[in-house]
Ligand binder design. Sequence first.
Ligand code: NDP
Ligand code: KPL
Length: 342
Amino acid sequence: MEKNSVLVIGGGAVGAIAALNLEVGGFATVTLVLRSNYEAVKRDGYTVNSCDHGMLKGWKPTHLRNTIPDLAQETLPPYDYIVLTTKNIPDIPPSSASLIAPAIPDSNTHTTVVLIQNGLNIEKPFIDAYPNTPILSGVSMIGSTETALGVISQEDHDRLLIGAFENPNISTTAGEGKAKEFVKMYSAGGKTECVYSENVKHDRWRKLVYNAALNPICAIVDLDTGRIRLADGGRELVGQAMKEVVEAARKAGVELKESVVGEMIEADPLEVYLKPSMMVDVEKGNFIEFENLIGEPLREGKKLGVAMPTLEVLYLMAKVVQWRVKEKRGMVEIPAKREMGS
Ligand SMILES: NC(=O)C1=CN([C@@H]2O[C@H](COP(=O)(O)OP(=O)(O)OC[C@H]3O[C@@H](n4cnc5c(N)ncnc54)[C@H](OP(=O)(O)O)[C@@H]3O)[C@@H](O)[C@H]2O)C=CC1
Ligand SMILES: CC(C)(CO)C(=O)C(=O)O
């Protein structure tokens, strides 16, 4: 295989490990786009404490930048792959699809876009904006966190499912070919378990059993995935939400095994006390991906006639949490406080 040029956007918990896997494999030259951690990584490189890669100090990919490359303005050749590893938060601009616009050639057919991001229906805005671009789905189980700028702690083995999203403008075999090439490139270093998947819809719904239920519950009640299992009522609450997602998936044509609820509750070893990504974001004062993780499965389920009372409450609570961040960042105006009786 020839070396591919790969633009990875978002060098946080998942993006840094993705960039590392791609470079270690030897079939990719990575350009990594950073934002808040750019200065720290440029100066000191990454510190990575990883169950797959061991302890690395000062690691950097081939190229680092703090802006999205503008192919036209910088007269750059198109990338073979653009891998998006930012959080995907459609309610907070800019949208993920518009973010990559400067790095995609007009009427693109060359560059393949890979979304290593959680959530349902995330491909739709990309297919609308770049109709002839192959869009790949990356469903990751990794348990990685950026604990300080440029410091990555990966506690769970990197398992990545790659497949092509259904796209009416692209043949199934073309999408499949790109997905298989990406798997080869990503796996070449031997540090990860990256496999081709022909059922992206199944992968996404299965992961949502965790991400629409356990992930927001941990964030809202401020308990990690170990403590929520130990807490009075914790397992019941999570189980109830998960069952609603399983039913919505079934109505959407994705049959998940009965055992999936138990498997997802126990997905992380209890004593790791793992904080899922939404909980990490709440702790950092970041926006959360609640629309793609809870809103989309809820909307799909309701459309198909599934009763999802627990998800409804989680969705509204997550929306309120998002508002809290907006207020902290001065994005909403509220009436001035006044004394009682004045
Ligand atoms: N962490 C995990 O274990 C897992 C996460 N996922 C999913 O993977 C995706 C990425 O998550 P994760 O890595 O945890 O998130 P992080 O918040 O750790 O990393 C996202 C990175 O993207 C950067 N970023 C955001 N917007 C831009 C931009 N416009 N230009 C450049 N960089 C940008 C952020 O910068 P800044 O700091 O400035 O915001 C941050 O460094 C999400 O969809 C998540 O749900 C999936 C499986 C597991
Ligand atoms: C399930 C998990 C922890 C990935 O390993 C995740 O998807 C997240 O934190 O968002």
